[in-house]
Write a protein that binds this ligand. Sequence first.
Ligand code: FES
Ligand code: FES
Length: 153
Amino acid sequence: MKKTIHLVINDEEKSLSVDVNKTLLEVLREDLGLTGTKRGCNQGECGACTVLLNGKPVSSCSLLAVKADGKSIVTIEGLAKDGTLHPIQKAFNEKGAIQCGFCTPGMILVTKSLLEQNPKPQLAEIKEAISGNICRCTGYVKIIEAISSLVDS
Ligand code: FES
Ligand code: FES
């Protein structure tokens, strides 16, 4: 069964007919081609599929797309503007916080939400903010350095 939903995705209004059983992750990746949002565990555990829903991080694998009807969504594709990376993306690049990159979209979106709510987070607050996002590569040190560099600047 299908239902028409209305979303604002990366500042663009969209109306689309979605399968009522599809997750937001599936709709983003399969229906909209926004493959920057990654599928890791598909069980709400790893954070790879994180997007911002009305500014708050959510696991898109654990949310039916129909539940996002009427809401605003930011995916990693929404951050760079006119070919220029977002400052958080630049910081992750410059600090070597990206290895395989699978966790990176989710980490960056969680960081965006954190810094919007709390521009000067303490180290413990940074750790808490990314605690739902698993990275198998970096050991988190470089990621925390990247986020901290944005706080200091
Ligand atoms: S893929 Fe959604 S939390 Fe892991
Ligand atoms: S950079 Fe590979 S999982 Fe984080």
